[in-house]
Ligand binder design. Structure first.
Ligand code: ZN
Length: 229
């Protein structure tokens, strides 16, 4: 590795860390943040975030074995758009830290391993990272549970789920994933992490194939959900 490349890498790492610790502009409204904010979002914008209550999470968890942190409304839409299309992986990191703390405070279940919903390698190459993997790794650090991003891969570069109806979404992700290390799931409690929950088609496809490997209990947790819990 050349010295120039090392310097560039060091700069990027330092810069990203600084952005997390001292986010200078609000990610939603782009105004300068004067008071410290752990989300990197100003006080005015944070009021527009709909965070699911502990009770609604518990209810949804009982019915569906999973829950989400935010309602997928305008401010969270902007953040997800940022890390998906603007090469801003550090927002995924900030959100991952919040998700980890959210789970830690609720303590609804225990699991042996965490699996991020994979994106196709072509998409990951284009974006430079998988935002779900970044979030899962932050959750791992907080909960002390390992994340494995190579146990489950995406073999089909599916078209975006946006704009498809429920049946179309199910069909779109059918056979999209492949288990690489099936024995690792045997008898284990597994938590799947994704960014947006809409109809559950993607999550259910992942849960189905992991269940077929003999996993014991399966749970999911997403950054945002389009349905009110
Ligand atoms: Zn703002």
């Amino acid at each position: 590795m050349s010295l120039k490349l090392i310097k560039k890498l060091a700069y990027n790492i330092t810069n990203n860390i600084l952005k997390i610790i001292y986010p200078d502009k609000c990610v939603v409204c782009h105004k300068i943040i004067t008071k410290p904010s752990d989300f990197g979002i100003c006080e005015k914008c944070i009021k527009n975030f709909y965070i699911f209550s502990e009770e609604s999470c518990k209810n949804n968890f009982t019915n569906d074995n999973g829950f989400s942190m935010f309602l997928y409304n305008d401010p969270i839409k902007k953040i997800i758009y940022k890390f998906k299309y603007n090469d801003c992986g550090y927002y995924a990191k900030v959100m991952g830290i919040k998700m980890g703390e959210f789970l830690l405070n609720r303590n609804l279940f225990s699991c042996d391993l965490i699996i991020p919903v994979p994106i196709h390698w072509r998409r990951e190459q284009k974006r430079g990272f998988n935002q779900t993997e970044i979030m899962a790794k932050e959750i791992s650090k907080i909960l002390g549970i390992p994340t494995y991003s190579d146990f489950l891969i995406r073999v089909k570069n599916t078209k975006p789920q946006f704009g498809l109806n429920k049946e179309g979404r199910i069909k779109n992700v059918e056979g999209a994933f492949k288990i690489i290390k099936p024995k690792k799931f045997l008898g284990k409690d597994v938590l799947i992490i994704d960014d947006i929950y809409t109809t559950g088609a993607t999550i259910n496809e992942c849960l189905k194939i992991i269940k077929n490997c003999g996993a014991r209990n399966l749970y999911y947790f997403t950054l945002a959900s389009t349905k009110k819990l």
